[in-house]
Each structure stands twice: as structure tokens, then as C-alpha cells.
Design a protein around this ligand. Sequence first.
Ligand SMILES: [Ca+2]
Length: 508
Amino acid sequence: MIKSHFKIPGTLLFLAAAAAANTAAAAVGSGHRNIVFILTDDHRFDAMSFMGHPFVETPNLDSLAKNGAHFPNAFVTSSLCSPSRASILTGLFGHHHGVVDNNNPVRGDLVFFPQLLQQAGYKTAFVGKWHMGGESDAPQRGFDRWVSFAGQGVYWPGKRRDGRPFTLNIDGHNVPQKGYITDELTDHALDWLKTVPKEQPFFLYLSHKGVHGPVQPAERHAGRYKDKPVPVPESQTRHEHAPMWVQNQRNSWHGIEFALYTELDFASFQRRYCETLLAVDDSVGRVLAALRERGQLDDTLVVYMGDNGYAFGEHGLIDKRTAYEESMRVPLLAQCPAAFKPGTVVKQVVANIDIAPTLLAAAGVAFDAAHFDGLSFWSLARGEAIAWRSELLYEYYWEHNYPMTPTLFALRGERYKFIRAYGVWDIDELYDLERDPHELKNLIFDANHAKIVQAMREKLFAALQSTGGMNIRLQADRGGVSNLRREGASPPAVFPPELVRKTAPARK
Ligand SMILES: [Ca+2]
């Protein structure tokens, strides 16, 4: 395999042990297994009925959890569309693949794992939102079939500002979009599947636009939840020792006080978001039905994942980008009755960087485990005990377009999370996720946690150092800027008392 980055020898030995275990897992793969990977956009981890959501109905996603595996601790290493998608395709951290915003193009030397599947004899298809490389919708390497659109795409057909219709790029040819995007993408995916002979191994990457905002449900789902009460999260109004940048973001494009610069009724937004998700759930059901019809449901691996989370008012915020749980946690489900038991729950911390090695292992395609920052969790789903990570590195790089979220580095352990806001005069964060799962109380100034803060800080920088993450990538400005505040809403945050002195400290 092509090595597209340089790795500094690891100081995190558990990663090396886990990588060795992954090589073994790949070697005992089960032959050329068919794989369907369904990605959804901005789907929160708990917006599914089996997760106890108060009203959304997701029978098909629920069935994946019931008949397959649920990964309740699945995360992304960068909570933003393009960086997360690049991590899925390459198995690399953002600081390796270099896609750290939604606007700049992808390097040409990166290996996308579907290329390796193609080399192993798979037929591959990409259907849906690509959203890397600016506004291009051109076919990308690794796929025999290509159906995509420029940028975010649109839910309904229509015309652009310049009068041209919104189009899909099908294998290099632009055709007008005909219907509701989630349904139309599913049609294209299943039409392609019909062309694949039964004995031909295939990989289908179905990448939905839903449920990215501004959300628009299918006609058959519009208004279904219009009368449903929407709960307000506790952290919307309570966050002890929130950093100033978080307090300030309440009154911004990504805050509840000036959300998207509209009089957005956030409860209505959440209802429409859930209604929009229903077509995605329908799509999952149609894919499962098509596999059943082909007699391939039992031995096909079907994976469902979100590209990043989304805050529903937690910490006074909407959107993703932050290292809070609602932002970095994603839904992840996998079903393959021939390979693993129904009702499997994998509690280990898994991530978007694990998808490439996991799907290659599931495919039985040999790969160099050391190439990837991620690890294959194929063995975990099969109930095998393997060495695994105890902490996950998180990174987000400041964007000129949305200047209210600073560069963030975080280490998410099984119990504690440490967050460093980089490049701003502000405070770090430490949360005890066991006692405080909603991250209401920042323990950064708590004397009883001082040693944990120190240990987590050291581990965070060791993780960055050992994976070559000590250089922050700069990007030239592209696109507009959303930097406004609302008059009369929350004033600028004040410095926490721990940083304020009545007199100047004595000079040494
Ligand atoms: Ca997204």
C-alpha cells in the first residue's frame, strides 16, 4: 500500500498492540464479503427510537441494532462534514489527510479504501454527498459507479441562482435532479445493485444528504411531529465554568440566541430534523429489502454511521465542531448475521478512522494496519477480545468562515475528557463523563482533579506527537464569514474569577 504520510514511532504502546491484533484479524477475514456503508449527515447519536428519543420513529435503524451490533461509544475524530468523510475514506486523522475544512480540495496522493477493494476485485459505487474538493461533483478514485452532486446538494429539485437546474453527476454526466434527494439517491443505489451479478463482490457507499440543515422532510413525512413537545437539555442553561468562547458562542450563528441569524424556532427545527430522518430510515429499509431479495442479507455487512453529531441546544449551542459529546458522538450500527450475533453491543470507543481498516478486514482484503491511524473493530463486533485504545484523540481546526469555535484538541477517555482550546485566551476543560455525562461541570479548577488534568494534558500531547499532529495546517480564506452577534442578546463573557487578581502578582 502507498504510504502517504510519515509516522513518528508511537509512544502510545496500546495502539501498537491493537494494530498487531488488527493484522491478524485481516488475515483471518471471511473472503470477499459484500458491504454496504450508509452514511448520514449530521445525524445525532440519540435520534433513533431504540435510543429512547421521545418521538422519532426509526424502525429500520432499530432493526439494525436488534439484528446486528450497536456501537454506543462511536465518535468522530473531527466533527465536521468534509474532515470526517476524509477520515472515513482514508482511515487517517485530519492532521494526516489534511482535509480540515469544508472548502479546500483533497490531496491527490491519499488512498481511499474503496481503491483497495477495487484492486481485490470488488465492484464499487458511490452514491450521494461527497462534499470534498470544493464545489466539484466529478467522479473520484475508487468507484466504478459515481452518482453525486456539488457541495451540500439540495433536498428538492430546483434552479440555482444562475438559472441552471440542480444536477446529479452520474459517471461524469450531469443530469437534472428529479425528486426528493434521499429517495432519489436510494433509487440510484438500488438500480446499480441490480446490475451487479450475484457472484460479483460489491461495495456500495450510500452517502445521504439528509439530515443536514436546512432540513426539509419528504412530503409523506412533513408535519408528522408538528405537535410533539421537544425537551430542553439541562446544559442549555447550566454549564459550570464554561470557557468564554462557549459562552460567547450562544450569541452567534451557531448559538441558540442568534441561530443561523434567523428567528429560528429551534423546537420546530428539531421536529423537522426528525421528520427528515424518516426518509433516511426508509432508505435503510429499502436497502435491507433489496439485499433480502437477492438472497444476500445474511452475509452482507451493512454499516450505518453519521458523519458527525449535532447539538440540540446543549451548552447553548446548535451545530457540531465542538468536542462535546453531542457533537463528536455519532450513531454507528452494523449488521451481518453470518458474522456476528444479533443484539451485539460493542462498548469500546470506536471512530470514523476505524471504518477503512474495519471494512477491509470484513472484506477479507489484506492491508497494512500500520498505514491507518484507525483500528479494525471487525473482531470486536464478532465478540473476540483484542487489545484496544483507551483514549481517542479529537481535533478541530479554526475556520475563517465560523470564527466562534477555536482550534480544539481533546482526549476522550472512557471516564474523563480533556479539552484544549488552542490559540485563544481562555480555559481548558475536564469532564468526568461517568458522574457528569452531560458535561455540566468543568473540573479544570478543581483541586481534586489537578493530577488527572495534568495526566490527560500530557497524554493529549503524547498522542499528537506520536501521530505527527504537532503542526497546525493553515488554509487560505474561502467562502463567506458568519461572525455577527445579536444586539441585546448575551453580552461578551467575563473572565472566570480564577484568572482575576486584585493586585499584580509579586515579581520574582
Ligand atoms: Ca455533517
